[in-house]
Unconditional design. Structure first.
Length: 297
């Protein structure tokens, strides 16, 4: 099974409820909308997000002027497609670059979500855009994490700045930025330490790193498998640290995909990239329209 498979199938069932209607009314839209709501919840979209979504679709579909020959089913699919797109931010949200000095991109997120992998992928992506990149390893709690970043750096041929495990993360980030200026790098990717769960130490450390290097982008790496908790997770990182966007990883798995639909709604911040595999090339800019099409099958 692929991500969104179940959601696509469930939505098909919603449209079917309109098969014998010749126009959408406030009455006959109730059943399909119940199906849409259930489909979203089953896909791990959080309840408030699913509720708002259904309310919006409903009010847009009822009484809408429709061109001759357009069946109610098609009409509803179109409204849902537009609303899905809007939910995910309408347009591609490109990376923002700093006008002076290196652009600092901080990668944050829980342990195991694919942060370090995403750093390597992003480094390669930026390199292909002719940017000179430096990666900085600040996860001093797991020596393996530093080794992993160094290995990925070799793989994509991007240098990695590290100070082992004895220095403090904000200091490593600061010195990494200084090194980036010295080698005239365009972008600094700071890989940070995750924890198994949200906790104060992690948030405080991120705040300190933020203060030390004033990032242009703070990208929260979110595992698509996270499920219902994704909304709360995104909201607390955004409240505590202030994110500028997200990278949604592991979309190649068979997650139900709800996280993709909740990030923007709960934080106001867009998904900027998706990761779909372990390979360094498996990173794509996030296009809400394409994702909506994928969901609608
Ligand atoms: P971190 O602890 O957040 O730095 O996570 P890692 O980058 O070490 O990734 C944890 C695991 O997830 C590793 O085994 C990665 O190879 C794997 N991983 C990362 N991104 C993806 C992805 O997009 N798809 C798949 N299938 N695996 C991924």
């Amino acid at each position: 099974a692929a991500v969104f498979d179940q959601l696509s199938i469930s939505l098909e069932n919603a449209w079917k409820k309109l098969a014998n209607e010749d126009k959408i009314t406030s009455d006959n839209i109730k059943e399909p909308m119940k199906e849409v709501r259930r489909a979203l919840l089953e896909a791990d979209v959080s309840l408030p997000v699913a509720r708002r979504f259904v309310t919006n679709v409903q009010s847009k579909a009822i009484g809408q002027e429709v061109a001759k020959g357009v069946k109610p089913q098609q009409q509803l699919i179109k409204v849902v497609a537009d609303e899905l797109k809007a939910l995910m931010g309408l347009e591609l949200a490109p990376l923002v670059y700093s006008r002076i000095g290196p652009t600092v991109i901080l990668l944050a997120g829980l342990q195991g979500v694919g942060k370090t992998t995403a750093a390597g992928k992003l480094a390669l992506y930026l390199k292909k855009q002719d940017k000179k990149v430096l990666m900085v390893a600040t996860d001093v709690y797991r020596p393996a994490a530093i080794d992993q970043l160094v290995t990925l750096g070799k793989q994509v041929d991007v240098p990695v700045f590290e100070m082992g495990t004895t220095a403090k993360p904000p200091e490593i980030a600061r010195k990494g930025l200084a090194e980036a200026k010295r080698i005239k790098a365009d972008v600094v990717l700071v890989d940070t330490a995750g924890r198994l769960q949200i906790n104060k130490d992690m948030m405080n450390e991120l705040k300190e790193i933020k203060k030390a290097v004033k990032p242009t982008e703070i990208l929260l790496v979110v595992d698509a498998m996270t499920g219902q908790e994704a909304a709360g997770l995104v909201a607390s990182f955004n409240q505590e640290v202030g994110i500028t966007g997200a990278i949604l990883t592991k979309l190649d798995g068979d997650s139900r995909g709800g996280a993709a639909l909740s990030v923007k709604e709960v934080s106001g911040k867009p998904i900027k990239f998706t990761g779909e595999g372990e390979a360094m090339t498996a990173l794509e800019p996030f296009y809400p329209e394409r994702m909506a099409q994928r969901i609608l099958g």
